[in-house]
Every structure is written in structure tokens, then in C-alpha cells.
Design a protein around this ligand. Structure first.
Ligand code: EPU
Length: 457
């Protein structure tokens, strides 16, 4: 363990000393984080208001769909504003094992070249760390008319079914078999079809778009998800020659085309959930933060709730300023598909409501089990009861620092916000979850005046 720590410190030193080593050393440090390391923790000295400006990175949930989408063409795509997070690095390793190339031009710009893509099989070993691996199904089915992809590893918040994806692939003429934990799809040809999703699913909507762009005829997805990243993926596919209309509404029409390709370039949209996390952090620490590179329309459900909580939210064209006030008012929230309140902002929002002047509720409308963060917040003095899918949060006058852990990505972000708002020192373990989805998280917070450091145990 001692030698591993020395090795990582040495790599970080080299990275700082000579930026030209970036691609080598950064990859080594990150690979250590992805694969081996879960020895890091955040140490936060709280009760400091966040002040200043931050710039939001590209959206994780768009990037992890756009990269598989790039496998649909026999050529190269340039993708900009890609967040530098571990989910993207894991995806890079997976598509390389399938024969595609993914090269970094700089920290946030990649070229995906699928000319040599030669496999439609992604094993459990390849995808076990990546929850978005299901997008390989639609992309490889569209490209090869065959796909074999293992179900991804354990779940953050309950069972994550893919029955709606499968129903749609079958409607397009694919044969579906599930054997030994692997979903196997094959089709002589894909045909356009009318598909009504029984539940609004981001994953199924995107996956079916990926397959349908190469089907014969028109596919209509009804009750489609309207999330901003669904629209971003559709824009990327259209840039490569697809014919998709209606993304962002609940009916999407995809007219299949014979050829996709050309000079494809795309820039990923700003991350709605990262922006929301910083908005909540600003309010919870009673700070004053201007969040740049954001699409305020994507933030409407959160902005409205923060205003209800007595937080001052000012919007510009591509920025939002959040100014916290001493008194936080209680609120009742229900998470819903977009444009409703995002489930991924549920745990961070619970933190601010812990400090509100009364009893609030958060009803989880998307996932069965998203309350693992509750026990951790209780260690910090929070008063929360969970009744079925509802968290009943009784406001307390203060949270106090404690050793806690990140139980999943967004719960991890919530723990950081709690540590920033609490009195004293908070240590957060299992921060590998946070690295999955937030680029330079602690550095961005430090730039706003937070006292947070990453410590290797
Ligand atoms: N569902 C089904 N059958 C399906 C698919 C989904 O019943 O075939 C249900 C799920 O059980 C859930 C609901 O439909 O109750 C919504 O699931 P959805 O398919 O929309 O979720 P997802 O595509 O697996 C994406 C995000 C999640 C985010 C959800 C909801 C990505 C990579 N992940 O997941 O983001 O919570 O949408 O908005 O886009 C995160 O970023 O931390 C994260 C977990």
C-alpha cells in the first residue's frame, strides 16, 4: 500500500512538473483510480460559503451515449466538451477492446474512429464497471445487426431493468436471447416500427434511436424520454446523417438511412446535474456563486424549488447566479422524468432541506431505492425518516462533520455538500463513485473557496 501511494504521488508530481506528460501520466493516475484505488477520501473543513464563478463540464449522461453512437459509422467523429471522468475512461477502454480507437486531442476533445471496429461482443469483464454499457446494444445492433453485451455490474439504487429496450429491439425485428448474463441480439434486417414505452426511460429511448437510425423504414417511439441528453444524442446522430425528428418531445420519429458518415463533429451539452449540484452547494453554504456554461432552461425545476426555499436565483443567457440566504424554507419535492425535478438531484437537495425551517418531503418518483444517503446524513445530525418512497426531512439548526461514505455518485455529491455546510471536519470515503461523474470536483470547489482535499490513505 505504501509503494502504491508513493507511485501515485510520483505520477501526480510528474503531471504537475511537465504538462507535456499529460496524456501519459494523467492516464496512469486515472487508471489507478478506476481500477485499483479506493483508498482515497475527501477531507472537508466546512462552514465556508462558496464564492466566485465556476464553469460546467460536458454532460456525463450525454457523453456515455454519444461515444457508443460514434460506433455506428465506419469512420471518425470529433467530440468536444467531453467530461474528464472515470465513466468516460472506462468506456474508452471498452470500445478499444472492440477494435475502435478513441484518442484525446486535449483533456476534453476526443476522436472516436470506428473504422477497425471488429467485434460485437462486450463481456462482463469489459462492462462490469460501466452502467451505461447497455448503449452498446443499440449501437452494435445498428452497425452489425448483432450485439452481445453482458449486463453491467451491481446497482446503485435497486434493480435497473431493460425490458423496454428489449421490447423495442424485438419490435424492430431483432431476436433477443439472454444467456449466462449476456443479452444477445441478432437480426437479418432491422425494420422500422411503432414502439410505445410503458415507462418513460432515458436509456430505452436512446438505445432504440441508436438501432433505428439503420433500420429500414420509420420507427416511432411514443412516450419517449425528453431529457436534454436525449436531444443531444439525436443531434449527434443527425450530424452523421440520421433522420430523427421530435427529440425533446414524447414522440420521436426516426427514418432509417442506408449510410451514415461524413465529417462528424459535435460538442456535448453542459451537464445539467453538475450545474444543479453546484447551485445547491452554493445555497447550502449560503454562498454566492455564478455558474457558467449552463442552459438555464434545463435547470427550471431546480431553480423554482430553490426560489421556494428562499434562495436568490438570477438567470442570464448561459449562466445562473445563486445567492444563499440565512433562512432556508421547507419544500416538498417529487422527482419525475424531465422536465420534472431530476432524480439525480434528489440526494443533494435532501442536504439543503436538512437545514430548512420546518419539515420537508422528497418523494422519489423514478428509482425504487435511492435513500442510502440517509444513514450517512444522520451521522451528521440530520433528522430524516424514510416511509416507502418518501423521505421526511425535519430541519435542524446545524449539521456537524463526521466520517461518512459515498454510496453512489449523486449520494457522494450530496455528502460533499453536507461536508461543506457542516461545522467541523467531514471525511468522505468511497469517493471513486464521485469520480465517475464529476470532472475536477474538488478543484472546482477549491476555486470557490472550499477547504477540501483529496487524501490517499
Ligand atoms: N425502466 C424500466 N424498464 C426499462 C428501463 C427503465 O422499467 O427497460 C424504469 C427504471 O427502473 C426507472 C425508470 O424506468 O424506474 C427510468 O429509468 P431510465 O431508463 O430512464 O434510467 P437510465 O437510462 O438507466 C438514466 C441516467 C440516470 C438517471 C436516470 C433517470 C444515464 C447513463 N443514466 O438512467 O443517471 O437517474 O436516467 O433520469 O443516462 C446518474 O447520472 O447518476 C444516473 C444514475
Amino acid at each position: 500500500m505504501f509503494y502504491k501511494k508513493c507511485f501515485i504521488l510520483a505520477l501526480q508530481y510528474i503531471k504537475w512538473y511537465n504538462y507535456s506528460w499529460f496524456s501519459v501520466t494523467n492516464r496512469c493516475v486515472n487508471d489507478m483510480k478506476d481500477g485499483v484505488l479506493s483508498l482515497e477520501k475527501f477531507v472537508i473543513n466546512g462552514k465556508k460559503p462558496l464564492l466566485g464563478e465556476i464553469y460546467i463540464s460536458g454532460a456525463k449522461n450525454a457523453a456515455v451515449a454519444v461515444i457508443p453512437a460514434a460506433l455506428l459509422i465506419d469512420g471518425a467523429c470529433r467530440i468536444e466538451n467531453v467530461p474528464d471522468i472515470s465513466d468516460v475512461r472506462i468506456l474508452r477502454d471498452v470500445i478499444r477492446q472492440l477494435g475502435a480507437e478513441m484518442e484525446y486531442i486535449d483533456k476534453n476533445t476526443i476522436i472516436v474512429n470506428s473504422h477497425n471496429l471488429n467485434s460485437y461482443k462486450a463481456t462482463y469483464e469489459m462492462v462490469r464497471q460501466m452502467r451505461a454499457s447497455s448503449y452498446l446494444l443499440g449501437a452494435l445492433l445498428g452497425r452489425f445487426k448483432r450485439a452481445e453485451v453482458a449486463f453491467p455490474g451491481g446497482c446503485d439504487f435497486g434493480f435497473r431493468p431493460i425490458d423496454q429496450h428489449i421490447k423495442g429491439f424485438e419490435a424492430m425485428g431483432a431476436k433477443v436471447e439472454i444467456e449466462h448474463g449476456v443479452v444477445k441480439l441478432s437480426a437479418d434486417k432491422l425494420v422500422g416500427s411503432q414502439i410505445y414505452l410503458d415507462v418513460v426511460s432515458v436509456g430505452a429511448t436512446i438505445n432504440l434511436m441508436l438501432a433505428a437510425v439503420r433500420a429500414e423504414g420509420t420507427t416511432v417511439i411514443e412516450n419517449a424520454a425528453k431529457e436534454p441528453h436525449v436531444v443531444d444524442v439525436a443531434n449527434f446522430l443527425n450530424a452523421m446523417g440520421a433522420n430523427i425528428k421530435g427529440a425533446g418531445t414524447d414522440i420521436i420519429k426516426i427514418k432509417g438511412v442506408d449510410v451514415l458518415g461524413g465529417q462528424v463533429a459535435h460538442s456535448i451539452i453542459p451537464d445539467q446535474i453538475e450545474a444543479g449540484t453546484f447551485m445547491i452547494a452554493a445555497a447550502a453554504t449560503k454562498g454566492d456563486v455564478t455558474i457558467r456554461n449552463v442552459i438555464p432552461k434545463h435547470m427550471e425545476s431546480l431553480s423554482a424549488k430553490l426560489i421556494e426555499m428562499n434562495v436568490n436565483v438570477i438567470e442570464g443567457e448561459d449562466w445562473i447566479r445563486v445567492v444563499g440566504r440565512d433562512e432556508i424554507c421547507k419544500a416538498n419535492i417529487k422527482t419525475l422524468a424531465y422536465p420534472g425535478f431530476p432524480t439525480d438531484l434528489h440526494p443533494p437537495t435532501a442536504v439543503i432541506l436538512c437545514m430548512a425551517n420546518g419539515t420537508s418531503t422528497i418523494t422519489e418518483g423514478i428509482w425504487d431505492s435511492r435513500f442510502q444517503y440517509v444513514d450517512e446524513l444522520k451521522r451528521m445530525g440530520a433528522r430524516i425518516k424514510v416511509e416507502g418512497r418518501i423521505a421526511v426531512i425535519e430541519g435542524v439548526s446545524r449539521l456537524t462533520g463526521a466520517p461518512i461514505k459515498a454510496t453512489d455518485l449523486r449520494a457522494g455529491a450530496a455528502m460533499v455538500i453536507a461536508g461543506l455546510a457542516a461545522e467541523g471536519t467531514t471525511e468522505i470515503y468511497d469517493i471513486k463513485y464521485i469520480d465517475r461523474g464529476y470532472e475536477d470536483f474538488e478543484q472546482k470547489l477549491r476555486n470557490l473557496g472550499a477547504d477540501i482535499k483529496r487524501v490517499i490513505e
